[in-house]
Design a protein around this ligand. Structure first.
Ligand code: SF4
Length: 271
């Protein structure tokens, strides 16, 4: 679905334009596929710099392997996750993912490659605390499966250009992007989907801000409708949905873990 004023939705053109402007992003910033998975779980509802601090603490404790992480006590693990926020919630989520990885794949992320993409995605989504964005980040960046990760930046950019509705379903949007690469090799799709997501994050952070977007200097300005931005209320919508500026929306640490779990689940669903 696009609005009548919008330019045609051409994700491959978006990618080409952003690559010309920014070059390749070399995502995901991690040393091992397992570290990508850890980062994907920890980045829920927090800024990446906080995740980096938690990952550094895990590295220092030699806990950036499934075995090392399992060897830490609950309190020792939570302590190291503290910089990433909601450390008790994330401790349970990380432990659940590691149990899944260990029980079903002997602790080796590479073994997940043998499973068909959507079958593996279904299994990941059954793991406690893994929502669609987290599952797709793991699939795309750690396992190397051809899947496009949708996040709040993607939604904001696409809706401002009139390419999607504000409330477009996550999987509908993902499939619309992926369709543009139909027939191309899996290797090409993995590379392009991962690059497109990383580049949209770059645009969302530096140009397509919730308030005061910098269209005049943005590499995507030529793809705007002649009437300009089509979703001026996007920032308000994102705040209502709990995305875009998550840290301002998160409840205080004094609330119970169960309520935090509910909030974090809602936040992923709202994508
Ligand atoms: S800043 Fe403007 S031109 Fe750039 S992506 Fe956002 S709406 Fe489009």
């Amino acid at each position: 679905m696009t609005t009548p004023q919008a330019q045609p939705f051409r994700p491959r053109k978006i990618l080409a334009r952003l690559l010309r402007a920014f070059g390749t992003q070399r995502w995901w910033p991690a040393r091992t596929p397992f570290e990508v998975c850890v980062g994907a779980v920890l980045t829920q509802n927090t800024a990446w710099k906080n995740v980096e601090r938690a990952i550094a603490a895990l590295r220092e404790a030699r806990a950036l392997t499934p075995h090392g992480l399992r060897a830490l006590s609950r309190s020792a693990l939570a302590r190291r996750l503290r910089p990433a926020g909601y450390f008790n919630v994330k401790e349970r989520r990380l432990r659940a993912f590691v149990a899944f990885l260990t029980d079903e794949f002997g602790g080796a992320v590479a073994r997940m490659r043998q499973i068909e993409t959507h079958a593996l995605r279904r299994r990941l989504l059954e793991v406690h605390g893994i929502g669609r964005e987290t599952a797709d980040s793991i699939l795309g960046y750690a396992v190397g499966k051809p899947i496009f990760v949708v996040d709040a930046y993607t939604r904001r950019i696409f809706s401002r250009h009139g390419w999607i509705r504000d409330d477009e379903d996550y999987d509908t949007l993902r499939a619309r992007v992926e369709r543009a690469w139909a027939g191309l090799s899996a290797q090409r799709r993995v590379r392009d989907f991962n690059e497109l997501h990383a580049l949209l994050v770059a645009v969302g952070k530096d140009y397509c801000r919730p308030r005061a977007p910098r269209c005049a200097v943005c590499p995507l300005r030529a793809m705007l409708p002649s009437s300009g931005i089509l979703a001026p209320t996007a920032a308000r919508h994102e705040r209502k949905a709990g995305v875009g500026r998550p840290q301002e929306r998160t409840p205080s640490h004094s609330r119970s873990g169960r309520r935090l779990e509910g909030f974090l689940r809602h936040s992923e669903r709202s994508l």
